[in-house]
Ligand binder design. Sequence first.
Ligand SMILES: [Zn+2]
Length: 226
Amino acid sequence: MVEHAARELHHFYHLSRLALSTMTGSNQPSLFDNPDSASEVNADPVEFVYQRTDLATVEVRRSKRAKRNITAYRDNEKTVVTVPTRMAKRDIDAYVEELVTRLDDRDERLSSQKLLEQRARKLSLKYLDQDLFRTHSVPVTIRWVTNQNSRWGSCTPADGAIRLSHRMQRMPNFVIDSVIFHELIHLLITDHSPAFYELMQRYPEHEKAKAYLDGYSHAQQHFTAE
Ligand SMILES: [Zn+2]
């Protein structure tokens, strides 16, 4: 029901902005937190506050400037939603649910993104004697993807993109690190030449990880065939 209502509303309003604040700072949610000192965006008075069961605070403000736009952003643990002045309360309820979920998803993605990058950086420094996130010719990105089912990792050196199959997410760290390291080397060496393996050998658990992945693939094939 709520979902239906929210979808219908999309015809009338669009979500103009989903901005995120950083995840640092005070973890203590506070109601009516210095509305005066706040930026232009949240200068509107707080209309009401949801205290959700997970204790995340959602402040709703009505804005004369927001004619058809609903905006939501994070202010530390607090979510601020700005809605048009005339929007009905029950419509807002539907939106708040949707917006908070979307912001949560995004926060989660960003944090796992950051962790991945940190891991890759460490590996790069430790075994390649350089931070490829700084030294590569184009900015390097690394992320989990769900649409990659035949390869554990892939890399496009030209645009610095490294993708890891989400199917590895529950595997031991040494396995994930081995795949990350494999893809990092591809930023430097595109093929699997002897030079590639020379660098790969620097990762001490390379053979062990390979055995793990081979075993996993073998078992998968074995068990899915009927
Ligand atoms: Zn490769």
